[in-house]
Write a protein that binds this ligand. Structure first.
Ligand code: ARG
Length: 371
């Protein structure tokens, strides 16, 4: 089993990061300079004596919101200050982690009116393994590699699906089998949990005018809830800090369902629309892509599930940029991720320049615990 933490804390680094964070956080929360000074002294002492320190609830909540604000690949950051933050640092067992995640999912789903939220589990600390969640997202469909090299389901999930099978899990064998939750605490062998169906909101995708999929069932889940990124606040690493927003339509319609290495539905959609697919210049892929995305937006709307189209999201990002400028903060971003995969040049973000520099508090990638 891969170790997810080092037991050597880089003390000078921790002291530095803690001080920077507590200074910014104190200012943004309206703490007096005296209060902030006092808090920094307290944290310094804790780091010297125990090699770590614990965030207050307020610091954790604001730090998580700052991390969203600094998420270079996220176009939805306008709403950073409305992130609900749940403190689950006391969850010790896989069962307790599972329960906290179910509460998070129910809160986030909210009958379709999706609420952005983050749950923080026990962080890395000297001499103890942090909580680890093996899933990429809490809700995700399995991918089964077939002997002929093709994949049933979501090719993105093949390695994780194999890991689940190695732990004894067996899926039904459809293209949309919900994967189980895999949780690991204290470096012990991982535990596997099925998610209660009634907590998982899904949306059947259907076009108002065309039979896009010729009878095949195509659906997607309502809540994108990322479980594999590490949250770093003031030098403290939270390897399990799952968070969610709501979907932008193109994530599903132009990537998950359309990428040739994902569900690869454009050829089928083109057929459903009766398009001429023998010539690239007929723009059949583009026409199919537009209608697939229209179907996604239509279906979520019709079911009363929050979703944003890419034009509106880009406008919201512009408002975010103006707000940040007013606050005297530089907006960093990764252009290749911020531009929508559909009609990018119709949005202002395509024409803007952003510096792709990691700012903390922030979310970072970490190695998967399996494979
Ligand atoms: N792109 C990922 C997906 O399609 C989700 C990433 C987070 N997206 C979000 N809207 N918060 O599943």
């Amino acid at each position: 089993m891969t170790s997810t933490t080092t037991n050597q804390t880089d003390i000078p680094h921790l002291l530095r990061e803690a001080e920077i964070f507590l200074t910014d956080c104190g200012r943004e929360l309206g703490r007096s300079p005296g209060e902030t000074e006092h808090r920094i002294r307290e944290v310094r002492r804790s780091i010297r004596e125990q090699g770590t320190y614990a965030h207050t609830n307020e610091e954790l909540a604001h730090g998580a919101r700052m991390a969203w604000r600094n998420a270079n690949r996220c176009i939805g950051r306008l709403f950073w200050n409305r992130l609900a933050v749940f403190d689950a640092r006391e969850a010790e067992t896989p069962e307790a982690v599972y329960e906290a995640l179910l509460r998070h999912l129910a809160y986030a789903t909210n009958g379709g009116e999706i609420r952005p939220a983050l749950t923080a589990f026990r962080p890395a600390e000297p001499g103890r393994e942090p909580v680890r969640i093996w899933n990429h997202q809490l809700l995700r469909y399995a991918g089964y590699a077939r002997p002929d090299g093709s994949v049933l389901g979501d090719p993105h999930s093949v390695a994780f699906t194999r890991a689940c099978e190695a732990l004894g899990w067996r899926g039904e064998g459809t293209a949309f089998d919900l994967l189980p939750l895999v949780v690991q605490t204290d470096g012990a062998p991982p535990r596997l949990f099925e998610l209660p169906r009634e907590l998982v909101l899904e949306v059947p995708i259907r076009h108002p005018d065309y039979d896009l999929f010729q009878g095949e069932e195509v659906k997607w889940y309502a809540v994108p809830l990322l479980t594999d990124m590490r949250l770093e606040i003031g030098g403290i690493a939270y390897p399990a800090a799952p968070f969610n927003g709501w979907y932008m339509g193109t994530e599903i319609g132009a990537r998950n369902l359309a990428d040739p290495f994902r569900y690869n539905l454009l050829p089928r959609v083109a057929e459903g629309m009766g398009l001429e697919t023998s010539s690239n210049a007929s723009l059949w892929k583009d026409r199919a892509l537009v209608e697939l995305n229209a179907a996604v937006l239509h279906s979520y709307r019709e079911r009363g599930v929050s979703i944003v189209d890419h034009h509106t999201a880009a406008q919201q990002f512009e408002v975010f940029q103006r707000n940040e400028e007013k606050e005297g903060r530089a907006v960093t971003g990764r252009w290749s991720w911020l531009i929508p995969p559909l009609s990018p040049a119709t949005t202002s973000v395509f024409h803007s320049r952003l510096e792709d520099r990691q700012v903390y508090p922030g979310f970072v990638h970490q190695p998967t615990p399996y494979e």
